[in-house]
Design a binder for this molecule. Structure first.
Ligand code: SAM
Length: 333
């Protein structure tokens, strides 16, 4: 068994309607550009920063949970991988190198965008370094149970970490979707396991919306790299679910429908699934907290967030756009 090749599993895709179709269409049609073209993105600094924040979150909260795992996997003669991860809304597998670095045993990848899942699969196959077992499922994780996407044997041992990066807010169209999402998060997560993620900062979004005069037709704000446009509705007509806005981010997201995540409400709902919040910070705060850290400071340079002279790769507009997001962690009790 020591020389076993990492195993893989891929499941096919389905049709979608309404806002979901718009989201799927958008992510499926975004090309998987190579490293060289990625370096030429006009928001390369912001992308690097977002990646650094995810690395901080994974290192601080996922690594300890993985280290305590009783789940181990041999991997092609390189020794053992420890722990199991569910990467929900994984996209093209942007975090594969982070799971590699974490030396995990197994990762379950799922996303509603079938093309992205194929690309994630391709990335995993060509990934060098520590190898982990992987399964890939094209699945609407906010409308279908995980068991519809993964073979039962893959779900028979619990996961130590669930990661939802820049994707959870798409569930907040309806409470049923949020409940389905939370069920998928919690069901296979072991007690003591962690649920980490990144989502738009509702407080900041609504504060900006409040600054727009009530009689103003155009309910949008932003800068040269991002634009958020809310439906034109009055201040006291703000639903907890389905509070939609359209999001544009230069070279990343083209007017995709998204929904506000009201944090306190979310925390309350998550508690019904045994999930207790242990961390929540705006991205600017994550930077302040970790920029001098012995591990994360050099990582800022390595991930090209700052250059060797300490100069930021982000201009002011990118830095402002970075704070649209918050990072969070929950523990399963
Ligand atoms: N997590 C990846 C990352 O950090 O690079 C991808 C983030 S991308 C901004 C958002 C992802 O959420 C897209 O790949 C999209 O297809 C996925 N998504 C949106 N709705 C979903 C759903 N209902 N079920 C699963 N994935 C969904």
């Amino acid at each position: 068994a020591l020389s076993e090749e990492p195993v893989e599993e891929v499941r096919p895709a389905k049709r979608h309607t309404g806002d979901v179709a718009a989201v799927v269409q958008h992510y499926n049609s975004r090309p998987d550009v190579g490293v060289v073209q990625r370096m030429e993105s006009p928001i390369i600094g912001l992308k690097a920063f977002n990646n650094w924040v995810k690395s901080v979150l994974i290192t601080r909260f996922a690594h300890p949970a993985l280290e305590k795992s009783s789940f181990t996997r041999s991997n092609g003669g390189q020794g053992f991988g420890r722990g199991k991860v569910l990467d929900m809304g994984c996209g093209k597998g942007g975090d594969i190198s982070k799971w590699t670095k974490a030396r995990v045993g197994e990762v379950l990848f799922c996303d509603i965008a079938a093309v992205s899942i194929e690309q994630a699969h391709g990335r995993w196959k060509s990934n060098r370094g520590h190898r982990f077992d992987a399964s890939f499922a094209a699945l609407d994780c906010y409308a279908e149970p995980l068991i519809k996407g993964f073979p039962p044997a893959k779900l028979s041992t619990p996961v130590d970490v669930v990661s939802m990066q820049f994707c959870m807010h798409y569930a907040f169209e309806k409470i049923q979707k949020v409940r389905c999402m939370l069920d998928n998060v919690s069901k296979y997560l072991r007690p003591g396991g962690v649920f980490i993620g990144t989502i738009p900062n509702a407080e900041l979004l609504l504060e900006q919306l409040d600054h727009i005069p009530p009689d103003e037709e155009d309910k949008s704000f932003g800068n040269s790299v991002y634009k958020i446009t809310f439906d034109n509705r009055s201040g006291n007509d703000r639903p907890i679910y389905g509070h939609k806005y359209s999001f544009f981010l230069e070279d990343a997201v083209e007017n995709v429908p998204e929904y506000v995540v009201h944090w306190d409400n979310f925390v309350q709902l998550a508690s019904e699934y045994g999930l207790v919040p242990i961390y929540k910070e705006e991205f600017h705060q994550v930077f302040q907290e970790h920029q001098e850290h012995p591990e994360f400071k050099p990582l800022l340079v390595k991930m090209k967030v700052v250059d060797a002279q300490g100069e930021s790769a982000m201009d002011e507009d990118q830095w402002e756009a970075a704070n649209i997001y918050i990072a969070f962690a929950f523990e399963k009790r």
